[in-house]
Design a protein around this ligand. Structure first.
Ligand code: GLA
Length: 375
């Protein structure tokens, strides 16, 4: 898909490099496609790179819909790749903690891998102790997606009735668009032929200083949430919506990630740090600011906007230096943080949580935007 827009951008770049006048900013998004290897089963995988002509570039592979890189400038104009990942497909084919991945059919945990819909009990794959996590053994992060689209990248996948234990054939489409104001917009769509549960998200690990550039404890985080969902020892929500007031989960004003992370708080101990769902104040299903993160040294800022009611804030607690990522960088504990926009974990078993049921004939649609700037 070497689009016309890309060729136009290329010729604009060649033209401007020959003249001495200030280069016009080609504010048009362009898409480049390259082969990225093959799965063990021999399926071809591609890598698409979107660039916006305004300094931002994002690469996404058709394997798992994984965002493999996000390059954005810092306050002095220096570009860095701010997400953890691997240089080649091989890294992603091995066991890894969902770097950059598209997550589904149900993002996060379903307690004991069980839920009941219309009186029928469904047994999901258990891949996290006794629980189901991030879609199971072969979730949406481990399948090859079909690519399409022109200015945006459109990935689609049909998840078969019974896959990982879920009912209904689910048609999923995810679009990745890059806007000229340095935002990556992800739109998720799904339809089913039989009642099912759906909760789609992206599992990018961010480090706004650049991937591999130390831990994220100095990042300053604000989350638009007055409450969060405390968890049991298996990280399944208890059902309580607990006020953040007076707890290390109060990010209503900007706080450094590392400021309270080692407190002897039962919830922090259970998560080995932050690994919790925040109940966003905007519950209206409209696009609203969910979180803002600033890395003071480089001045990079990321805002997360979403239509979703929840945000899983995970501070890379399970990273342990055993993974070598892009450019030979080692990813140690807390070298990245995730902001997984979502419905709350274990919602299929929590009638008081916002519903995650999708009926035949209904359209699932959510949007999340990661917007970058400097300060
Ligand atoms: C999510 C979970 C974490 C962990 C990571 C992957 O964020 O909530 O507990 O499983 O994915 O390691």
């Amino acid at each position: 898909m070497q689009t016309f827009a890309f060729r136009a951008l290329l010729s604009a770049a060649i033209l401007t490099s020959c003249s001495s006048s200030p280069p016009p900013q080609p504010h048009k998004s362009a898409t480049r496609k390259q082969a990225f290897g093959k799965t063990a089963a021999g399926q071809g995988v591609d890598l698409y790179t979107l660039s916006n002509g305004a300094g931002m570039e994002v690469s996404i592979t058709t394997y798992g819909g994984i965002v493999t890189s996000i390059k954005v400038p810092d306050r002095t104009g220096n570009s860095a790749d701010v997400v953890l990942g691997f240089d080649s497909l091989d890294g992603y084919l091995k066991e890894h903690p969902y770097f950059g991945a598209m997550i589904g059919r149900y993002g996060n945990r379903v307690g004991k891998g069980l839920f009941t819909l219309n009186g029928v009990e469904y047994k999901l794959a258990r891949n996290n102790g006794e629980n189901h996590l991030h879609g199971g053994l072969v979730g949406f992060d481990k399948v090859v997606w079909k690519a399409g689209g022109a200015e945006s990248l459109e990935l689609s996948y049909t998840s078969k009735d019974g896959e990982e234990g879920y009912p209904g054939n689910l048609d999923v489409k995810v679009t990745y668009s890059l806007t000229t104001d340095n935002a990556l917009r992800i739109d998720y769509f799904a339809t089913t032929d039989k009642e099912t549960v759906v909760n789609l998200t992206n599992h990018s690990y961010f480090n706004l200083a650049g991937h591999g550039e130390g831990d994220v404890l100095g990042h300053e985080v604000t989350v638009q949430a007055d409450r969060f969902t405390p968890v049991d020892s298996g990280l399944i929500p208890t059902g309580e919506l607990r006020p953040v007031e007076g707890t290390p989960f109060d990010f209503r004003q900007a706080r450094r990630i590392g400021e309270r992370i080692e407190q002897k708080d039962e919830q922090l101990i259970r998560g080995k740090g932050y690994d919790h769902n925040f109940v966003l104040n905007n519950q209206g299903g409209t696009l609203a600011l969910a979180a803002r993160v600033k890395e003071p040294r480089t001045g990079r800022v990321m805002e997360v906007h979403t239509t979703e009611p929840g945000l899983q804030f995970y501070t890379g607690n399970f990273l342990d230096g055993s993974i070598t990522g892009k450019g030979g960088k080692r990813y140690d504990q807390r070298y990245g943080f995730c902001m997984e926009t979502q419905h709350y974990p274990d919602s299929p078993n929590k009638p008081s949580f916002p519903p995650v049921v999708l009926k035949a004939g209904e359209q699932y649609k959510t949007t999340t935007i990661y917007k970058f700037s400097v300060e």
